[in-house]
Design a protein around this ligand. Structure first.
Ligand code: C5P
Length: 226
């Protein structure tokens, strides 16, 4: 299991300083909407120049197939190791994206977002007229059949994703609260033991690390348990 730290910080300098503080640790860094919209490729280049961190660019793309495939091709030109799209964009979009990316010499891993970890079952049911497990199962199957590399889901769906597809199909699980921290806006939260039992390949942790007084110490503690 790998630790992926969400860099959802308020400025370029705060992100770079956090990367410097975490230098040398075996972890991935997740650059999300806030940081990427503000700082763009410059932030990714700066982080990569600090250490050989793997970068997950979490933009959760959702559009028509050709627009998504164009965007993914642009992202493949940046030195990032993983990107993601919304599974609800559908199979045509996924197949178009993977056809385009597989034609390149090198491509990032591509994950599909199933159900955001900020949804509880009631809110999800009202929007999508089905329960989370059913939706995750369907989304996982079409993502796997389309040649993607894995899913973003909560810990509670990680086993279901693997059972519906393949045990090597990656699960990346946000909503982790390692030491009983506040859930904040997350609904389907879990701890590290639970993530392990459910075979998560990546755990994503943001606020419990970057809001801590000693982020490096927290990361080291997490790394000893995973
Ligand atoms: O601060 P926290 O640990 O809740 O951060 C979780 C991160 O994972 C955020 O950057 C959020 O955008 C992202 N994420 C999520 N749920 C998903 C997909 C991504 O929380 N389903």
């Amino acid at each position: 299991m790998k630790l992926c730290v969400a860099f959802d910080l308020a400025s370029f300098d705060e992100c770079v300083n956090l990367a410097k503080e975490l230098k040398g640790l075996d972890l991935w860094i997740k650059i999300g909407l806030r940081s990427y919209l503000r700082d763009g490729i410059k932030l990714i280049e700066s982080i990569k120049s600090i250490d050989e961190f793997k970068i997950f660019l979490d933009l959760k793309l959702y559009d028509i197939p050709n627009t998504m495939a164009d965007a993914c091709e642009e992202l493949a030109k940046i030195d990032v190791d993983m990107i993601n799209i919304h599974a609800s964009a559908g199979k045509t979009a996924m197949v178009t994206i993977m056809d385009r990316l597989n034609a390149l010499n090198k491509r990032p891993l591509v994950l599909a977002v199933s159900a955001l970890t900020s949804f509880d079952n009631d809110e999800f049911q009202n929007l999508y007229h089905q329960g989370i497990p059913n939706a995750v199962k369907n989304f996982s199957k079409i993502s796997y059949e389309s040649g993607l590399d894995g899913m973003v889901c909560s810990v509670y769906e990680s086993l279901l994703v693997k059972e519906s597809t393949n045990k090597n199909f990656i699960t990346l699980t946000p909503g982790i609260r390692p030491f009983k921290e506040e859930a904040n806006d997350q609904k389907r939260v879990a701890n590290i033991q639970c993530a392990k039992e459910n075979l998560s390949d990546f755990i994503v942790i943001g606020r419990p690390i970057y809001k801590a007084s000693e982020p490096r110490a927290i990361c080291q503690e997490i790394l000893t348990c995973i």
